[in-house]
Design a binder for this molecule. Structure first.
Ligand code: PLP
Length: 412
C-alpha cells in the first residue's frame, strides 16, 4: 500500500478510539457509565440556536470567507478586547471550523521539520499529534499531582534549546484541570522573553470554566511584550456547549494569521455559514449562563472528588478549572483482577473498569503519562455519584479482596 512516512511518526487521537469502542458496546446493548467525553452535557443556548435558524431562513447558505466573515471577526475582536484585554486589529484575527484545525494549521505555519515544541504533560493528545503532523518534535515536560500539573519556569528554561520554536500552553488544562495564575504565567513569560525566536500558542478553550473564584489569565495579556509572538486560540465548543457547531478563532501576528488563512484556503475552506451566525449570537449575546455552568461543574468536581476519596489506591488532585479529573492509580499497580490478570498500567485499570464495571475512563498513555487516567465530569450528578461509587468498589475489590467482590458489586 502506498502511504506517507508521516504515518510512521503519527498516532490517531486515543480518545476517538475510545469513542468508537463505547459506541460499539452500546450498540451491543451494554449499559455504560461514560466518563470519557470532553464534551459538555448542556444544550447550546436558545438564543444561539435561534440565530442559526434565522440565518437559514435568510438564505445564508453560501460559501463563507476562508478566515471568517467580517461580522464574526468584529465579534471576536470585541471578545478579545472585552474579556481578555487583547486588542487585535481585524487583520490579526482568524476564525475556522473549530479550534482543533486552527491549532493544527498554526503549528504547521510555525514549525519546520525537526523543530521542537515544548509542552507540559499530561497534555491534550492533539497538541502532540499536531506537532508530529508538522514533522516537528514534541518536548514533553513531565508534571504531576505534586506540582499541580504545571510546568515551572525552571523546567521551561532547561528545555529551551537551539531547535525550540514553540511553547504550547493550555490553561485551564485538558486533561488535568490545572490553571496557571498570573504569577505563574509571568514567571514563564520571563523565561520566554529571553528567547525571542520562540513562538507561543495559548490554547484558552476552557477559559470560562473556572472554580473557587479563580480568574482567567492569558499570557499575551499578562506580558504584553509577548503579544507579537503569541497566537491566542479560543472557541465556543466548551463554554457555550457548541462542540458540533465547529467554531474556533484566534488572534495573533499577521504572518501566522495569513499563513493559517492560506492553509485553510487549500484545505478546509471557510466555516459553516449557519455556525457563523450562531457564533456571532454567542459572542455578542448574554453571558450570565457561563458562570452558572461553571458553578455546576464545580459541584460535580466536588462530588467526584468526594467519591474518589473513598477509592483505595487512587490519588486525585483538585482541578482548578475545565471539566476533567486526572487521578493517579499507582496504588493499584501490581494488584490482580478477578480473572487473574495483573494491573500493570492505567490502560489495564481502564480495561478492568470497562470490562468488569461498565465504567469508561481514558487511560494515561494518550495524555503522555502513566499511571494516571482521565475522568470527565461533564455528565449528570446522578451518573457521577453512581460512577464514583463503582470506581471506589472496583479499587477496593482489587486491593482488599483480590477481586472476589466483583459479581455482587456490579449489581449494587
Ligand atoms: C485543550 C483543547 N483545545 C482545543 C480543543 C478543540 O476544540 P474544538 O472543538 O473547537 O475543535 C479541545 C477539545 O477537546 C481541547 O480540549
Amino acid at each position: 500500500m502506498i502511504t506517507s512516512d508521516i504515518l510512521d511518526r503519527f498516532h490517531a487521537s486515543p480518545i476517538s478510539g475510545i469513542f468508537a469502542t463505547v459506541q460499539r458496546l452500546r450498540r451491543d446493548g451494554r449499559e455504560l457509565l461514560d466518563f470519557s467525553l470532553g464534551e459538555p452535557d448542556f444544550d447550546t443556548p436558545l438564543h444561539v440556536r435561534q440565530a442559526a435558524k434565522a440565518a437559514i431562513d435568510r438564505g445564508e447558505t453560501r460559501y463563507t470567507p476562508t478566515d471568517g466573515g467580517m461580522d464574526l471577526k468584529e465579534s471576536v475582536r470585541r471578545k478579545f478586547r472585552g474579556e481578555n484585554g487583547l486588542d487585535y486589529p481585524l487583520t490579526q484575527i482568524v476564525a475556522g471550523m473549530g479550534a482543533k484545525p486552527l491549532l493544527a494549521a498554526a503549528v504547521q505555519a510555525i514549525l519546520s521539520p525537526g523543530d521542537e515544541a515544548i509542552l507540559a504533560t499530561p497534555c491534550w493528545p492533539s497538541h502532540v499529534g499536531m506537532v508530529e503532523l508538522a514533522r516537528g518534535r514534541a518536548v514533553k515536560l513531565a508534571t504531576g499531582i505534586d506540582t499541580g500539573f504545571k510546568m515551572t519556569a525552571e523546567q521551561l528554561n532547561r528545555a529551551v534549546g537551539p531547535r525550540t520554536r514553540l511553547v504550547i500552553l493550555c490553561s485551564p488544562a485538558n486533561p488535568t484541570g490545572a490553571v496557571y495564575d498570573e504569577a505563574e504565567l509571568r514567571a514563564l513569560a520571563q523565561v520566554l522573553l529571553a528567547h525571542p525566536r520562540v513562538a507561543i500558542l495559548s490554547d484558552d478553550l476552557y477559559e470560562h470554566i473556572l472554580f473557587d473564584g479563580r480568574r482567567f489569565h492569558t499570557i499575551a495579556a499578562v506580558e504584553p511584550r509577548l503579544f507579537d509572538r503569541t497566537l491566542t486560540v479560543n472557541g465556543l465548543s466548551k463554554a457555550y456547549a457548541m462542540t458540533g457547531w465547529r467554531i474556533g478563532f484566534a488572534g495573533g501576528p499577521p504572518e501566522w494569521v495569513d499563513a493559517i488563512r492560506q492553509i485553510y484556503s487549500q484545505s478546509s475552506g471557510g466555516l459553516c455559514s449557519i455556525s457563523q451566525a450562531a457564533a456571532i449570537a454567542a459572542l455578542d449575546g448574554p453571558k450570565e449562563f457561563l458562570a452558572d455552568r461553571s458553578a455546576r461543574y464545580q459541584i460535580r468536581r466536588d462530588l467526584a472528588l468526594q467519591g474518589l476519596a473513598a477509592a483505595p489506591g487512587l490519588r486525585t488532585a483538585r482541578p482548578e478549572g475545565a471539566f476533567y479529573l486526572m487521578p493517579e492509580c499507582a496504588g493499584l499497580i501490581g494488584t490482580r483482577r478477578p480473572n487473574g490478570e495483573t494491573i500493570g498500567s492505567s490502560s489495564d485499570f481502564a480495561c478492568y473498569l470497562l470490562e468488569d464495571w461498565n465504567v469508561v475512563v481514558v487511560p494515561g498513555p494518550g495524555f503522555e503519562c502513566d499511571p494516571y487516567f482521565r475522568l470527565s465530569i461533564a455528565t449528570s450528578e446522578a451518573t457521577l455519584t453512581r460512577g464514583m461509587r463503582l470506581i471506589a468498589k472496583a479499587c477496593a475489590a482489587l486491593i482488599e479482596k483480590g477481586g472476589e467482590a466483583w459479581p455482587s458489586a456490579v449489581a449494587a
